[in-house]
Design a protein around this ligand. Structure first.
Ligand code: 5HY
Length: 244
């Protein structure tokens, strides 16, 4: 199957590392295409970044549909543009936050999220409520590590994420950790060994969920709010993305 993994920010090195994490999780028959929008923010760290990232996701899902993608993954912890993407797509569209939440609830009665800047905690809180996990998410904790700092080998990000996760497990009495950024994917296995609890990376979880749904012959419902967008002429810079 062809799986289009979208990094909604415009940092090519992060797209490459997300693609590597997706390929490491993918089954032999899954072809991963790691892409990013042609416009938008180099990192998504707040509501304004998120709005442009959502438009970029829509651009990339439209391209994926034209290229025959069987499914899409939105590889940013805010799941930007998820519902719009599902209007455009025929196959499954999986956000890494939603995927990670589902995986964590199958492994522990309560999970904690360790994310980047504290200002993005509220975005994860909104998703926990929107997806119905408020009884299972015991806490969401910021490390105040900038997203692009995760790409910096000289950064002490790993130590800070480990310390935050240890404190979260104690404070929240949770049994699993969800990594709150696509850029943390490569730290997952090491953190799991150190912490002794399941550590869920949303990129890998989303890849496996997408594979499973496609294998079951399941795609996005086209009835109701996920039906294709109504055809209309958009104005200005949105004109090229007018629903046809
Ligand atoms: C992400 N931002 O996964 C989120 C992390 C966050 O550019 N990729 C980003 O802090 O929400």
């Amino acid at each position: 199957m062809k799986l289009r993994v979208i990094n909604p920010n415009t940092t090519a090195s992060m797209t490459a590392s997300i693609g590597a994490a997706a390929r490491a999780a993918a089954a032999p028959g899954t072809h991963i295409e790691a892409v990013q929008p042609s416009f938008g923010a180099p990192s998504i760290e707040g509501h304004h970044d998120d709005v442009w990232a959502a438009a970029g996701v829509a651009e990339q899902v439209r391209a994926g549909e034209e290229a025959g993608a069987d499914a899409h993954v939105i590889a940013c912890f805010g799941d930007p543009g998820l519902h719009a993407a599902r209007e455009l797509a025929s196959g499954p569209v999986i956000g890494i936050a939603e995927a990670a939440f589902h995986a964590a609830t199958l492994l522990a009665t309560g999970f904690s999220v360790v994310t980047t800047l504290s200002r993005t905690i509220v975005i994860a809180e909104h998703l926990v409520v929107q997806y119905g996990f408020e009884r299972r998410c015991r806490g969401i904790h910021g490390t105040d590590i900038a997203v692009l700092e995760l790409d910096d080998p000289a950064s002490d990000a790993y130590a800070r994420i480990l310390a935050c996760a240890e404190a979260a497990l104690e404070r929240d009495r949770s049994g699993a950790i969800v990594l709150g950024c696509a850029g943390m994917a490569d730290l997952c296995r090491s953190l799991q060994r150190r912490l002794g609890v399941p550590v869920v990376d949303g990129v890998a979880a989303a890849v496996k969920l997408a594979e499973g749904l496609v294998a079951l012959g399941l795609g996005t419902s086209k009835r109701g709010d996920y039906a294709a967008p109504l055809p209309k002429a958009y104005a200005g810079l949105a004109a090229p993305w007018s629903p046809r």
